[in-house]
Design a protein. Structure first.
Length: 209
């Protein structure tokens, strides 16, 4: 009976200490974070409603299995800043608006923290998502064709039609256009840009050389 009671106590202690470590410690460390007033408005900026929906498509499509969203500190070799993935390391406050912070841990593809600053043309994203290999020859990124649909051209070509060529081109008289999910996803990707400075950045991390 005594041994059962000890076992029970150990289990309770284990749960309690994990709760302290995961919930309470994180809350004490990060819970007081608030947005700050920057010269161009509140920082970090809010996502648009469409970008918030796009973040859900990003999660559902598993993009974070190959892409991180964290610019590493300057002192590591082959710094992310040398790779032109960002101009400063990411800090905790950068993720204040994220319902889920897609930090990721595996980098089969480039870090996407600032992809919205690097690549600004929505059609580029649609083309790349539909057939990555046609945009970046040799790409191992899977194609996300289920985010698009083919339709008959009604009069003129739609503004969002993908300029597909060769074997991927639709039959004559047809065009491939993004679904609402693809449009939301691209709105999210375009909003990924940490091109502002936060007090936390200047206080805690050295700036880019
Ligand atoms: C199996 C791994 C893998 C998955 C999953 C994946 N990607 Fe990629 N991604 C890559 C690789 C590799 C590249 C670099 C080659 C290229 O440009 O296609 C890349 C490149 C990119 C780029 C261009 C970045 C730049 O700076 O040039 C974007 C944008 C992108 N991926 C978005 C996505 C999105 C959105 C998803 C989910 C819908 C996704 N990726 C899923 C591997 C992946």
């Amino acid at each position: 009976m005594n041994r059962l009671r000890s076992l029970f106590l150990i289990i309770i202690l284990l749960f309690f200490s994990s709760w302290l470590g995961v919930v309470v410690y994180s809350y004490l460390e990060l819970g007081h974070f608030k947005s700050v007033a920057g010269s161009d408005g509140i920082l970090p900026p809010y996502y648009s409603g469409q970008a918030i929906l796009g973040a859900r498509v990003y999660a559902a499509s598993g993009c974070m299995t190959c892409h991180t969203q964290q610019i590493r500190q300057l002192d590591v070799t082959h710094s992310d800043i040398d790779r032109k993935w960002g101009t400063r390391p990411s800090v905790a406050l950068d993720y204040l608006r994220d319902q889920t912070a897609f930090l990721g841990k595996r980098r089969m593809g480039p870090d996407l923290s600032n992809v919205g600053s690097r690549l600004t043309d929505p059609i580029w994203y649609y083309h790349h998502l539909y057939e990555p290999d046609q945009v970046t020859p040799g790409s191992i990124m899977p194609s996300y064709r289920y985010l698009f649909h083919m339709q008959k051209i009604q009069g003129e070509l739609s503004a969002q039609a993908i300029p597909l060529t060769g074997p991927h081109a639709p039959p004559p008289g047809y065009e491939v256009v993004p679904t609402k999910d693809a449009q939301d996803l691209v709105a999210y990707l375009l909003s990924l840009k940490h091109d502002y400075t936060l007090p936390e950045v200047s206080a805690e991390t050295p700036s880019a050389p």
